[in-house]
Design a protein around this ligand. Structure first.
Ligand code: FES
Ligand SMILES: [Fe+2]
Length: 373
């Protein structure tokens, strides 16, 4: 794997404070980013049986994702075609055969067809096929259902898979971990009182690692230097010689996942899939964060710890493994929450600065501003 050195060139500007607080900016981000790009919505393994469903917030919309009798996952706007009531009011669940609107009981099949509307059998002009749920584009990758609200979604290969290849230097770097075959060992949901961009920026840099992540730096000593794994293409941070695994106490993990290349062993790789996914790769598990931006100053983060099926099915205790990155998450989100209130300050009206170990964040800023322009 190649490592691209970064030349220190002084300080670069951040975005100005209002970019993290302004409701109009957040609205534009919802329109042009979250409702226009591919958005990682749910873990496919959470919807195993026909009729199982989840609802998620994507930009300003609520999206219903469900598995049909044919086994396929489909996504729809979670809006009844009659008078617009939210069709599914739960975050997750299971229907036996159909989705029934709680308002006037219009009923839809898991493939979106309108199958019944009370007392309207003979109503002239009710063309049921024209009143099915509005479909949303869906792709499965890494074991997740990704949705896109755009009428013409951008290329998934270029914008999602391509961005991972560009960061990790190899389009198979993630797929070798076979995230789709892994099993959910733990999920923690964090309600973070911070703008989604602060969370992305924080994830991309490691200048803060020595200050706030003592446990992580024990396992990945090079992080104490402040260079993030994401600062250089294809770079993975090496484990400390005296640690056995990626665990909170350095104890052994669960053995190397099959299919990994030798150079992926005893290393931590990370990538951001813009706009709302972080992937962390270690030899025995994968940690994947999905962000759901809810307001300029509020972001829900769902973090999944994924392990080989035999680890979970065998009842292994994953707590030391989960605890390491759970602490990292809490440390990171606390830092973001400490930063968010100051985004309103006149001291930050023109923004702050990025030191050389943070310079790659500029590319993220350019990406955001070009989409909002
Ligand atoms: S709004 Fe759904 S049936 Fe009337
Ligand atoms: Fe961090």
């Amino acid at each position: 794997m190649t490592t691209t050195p970064i030349t220190p060139t002084g300080l670069l500007p951040t975005l100005p404070g209002p970019a993290y607080t302004d409701p109009a900016t957040f609205l534009r981000e919802q329109e042009r980013i979250f409702e226009a790009r591919w958005f990682c919505a749910v873990r496919a393994g959470d919807l195993l049986t026909p009729g199982s469903f989840r609802t998620v917030t994507v930009g300003r919309e609520n999206v219903l994702i469900t598995r049909g009798r044919d086994g396929a996952l489909r996504a729809f706007l979670n809006v009844c075609r009659h008078r617009g009531a939210r069709l599914c009011t739960e975050e997750a669940g299971q229907v036996r055969r159909t989705f029934r609107c709680p308002y006037h009981a219009w009923t839809y099949a898991p493939d979106g067809r309108l199958v019944a509307a009370p007392n309207l059998k003979d109503l002239p002009g009710l063309d049921r096929s024209a009143h099915g749920l509005i479909g949303v584009a869906l792709r499965e990758w890494l074991g997740y259902a990704w949705v896109c609200l755009a009428d013409e979604p951008p290329s998934f290969e270029e914008t999602v898979i391509g961005s991972v290849s560009a960061r990790l230097g190899d389009d198979r770097a993630v797929e070798r971990y076979r995230p789709a075959d892994l099993v959910l060992g733990r999920r923690v949901t964090y309600d973070v009182r911070a703008n989604w961009k602060l969370i992305v920026e924080n994830f991309m840099e490691c200048y803060h690692c020595a200050t706030i992540h003592p446990e992580l730096v024990q396992v990945l000593p090079e992080f104490a230097q402040g260079w993030a794994a994401q600062a250089a293409v294809g770079h993975g941070a090496a484990f400390a010689q005296d640690v056995e695994g990626f665990t909170v106490d350095g104890s052994g993990g669960f053995g190397r996942l099959p299919g990994l290349a030798d150079e992926q062993d005893r290393r931590y790789f990370a990538t951001t899939i813009r706009p709302q996914v972080f992937v962390n790769l270690v030899p025995d598990h994968v940690i994947l964060h999905r962000m759901f931006p809810l307001a300029p100053d509020r972001t829900r983060v769902e973090c999944d710890w994924l392990y080989a099926a035999d680890v979970i099915d065998g009842g292994a205790d994953v707590s030391a493994s989960v605890e390491l990155f759970h602490r990292v998450n809490e440390q990171d989100f606390a830092a973001c929450e400490r930063t968010q209130p100051a985004m309103h300050s006149r001291a930050y009206a023109a923004g702050g600065v990025l030191v050389p170990t943070e310079h790659h964040i500029t590319e993220f800023h350019h990406w955001v501003t070009s989409l909002l322009a």
